[in-house]
Design a protein around this ligand. Structure first.
Ligand SMILES: Cc1cc2nc3c(=O)[nH]c(=O)nc-3n(C[C@H](O)[C@H](O)[C@H](O)COP(=O)(O)O)c2cc1C
Length: 178
């Protein structure tokens, strides 16, 4: 039984939902799990307490959560001394055009290049649009991204695009390889 860290960043909650799903799957495989949100870590947090890590960020206006990027970069050696998987949650992963795929690859590579992390597995999952909870500026920005990738633009509704089977498979593939 391994002790697995699930470290995530979120702006609007969808990556926490993905992290919770991953945690359930990891537990169902008989491992110990600790979920940690990048900007709410206890002072004594250290990745050295874990045997493996699954790290996730979401994308907001083209950038990952800075708290996670810094944390992983500052603990590069510790993370790279254990098996790590990395996932990104964004709307571009919903798109089907070649430029959407390029964008997703860029999000994944940007994180890896900035932090120096060497994940054994990566994935990008489509996120959610919760228009009623955004302020005017965010709603406008989200709508622009939605239009670009062919997602919904009717702002009175919420939409969830995450493929939970893909999240489960990503997790079991990683965990079963440990
Ligand atoms: C204001 C705003 C900006 C966004 N910018 C991008 C973007 O630049 N690229 C992208 O692929 N998705 C973008 N998204 C979609 C988010 O990545 C998606 O909603 C995701 O589910 C957010 O995850 P979180 O709730 O964990 O933060 C944006 C969403 C909002 C609300």
């Amino acid at each position: 039984m391994a002790k697995i860290l699930i470290l995530f960043g979120t702006n609007y909650g969808q990556t926490r939902k993905v992290a919770n799903h991953i945690a359930e799957v990891v537990r169902s495989r008989g491992h110990d799990v600790e979920e940690a949100q990048g900007n709410k870590l206890p002072d004594d947090f250290t990745p050295k307490d874990f045997d493996a890590a699954i790290i996730g960020t979401s994308i907001n206006l083209g950038v990952h959560q800075i708290s996670i990027r810094k944390l992983v970069k500052n603990n590069e050696a510790a993370f790279n001394s254990m098996p790590c998987a990395y996932f990104c949650v964004c709307l571009s992963a919903y798109g089907t055009k070649p430029q959407d795929k390029e964008q997703v690859d860029k999000f994944l590579n940007d994180f890896i290049q900035y932090t120096g992390l060497k994940p054994v597995k990566t994935a990008a999952f489509a996120g959610a649009l919760r228009y009623p909870y955004y302020n005017f500026v965010r709603r406008f920005a989200a709508k622009l991204v939605a239009r670009r990738v062919g997602a919904d633009t009717y702002t009175k509704n919420e939409y969830e695009y995450t493929n939970w089977e893909a999240v489960t498979k990503f997790t079991t593939d990683f965990v079963d390889s440990l």
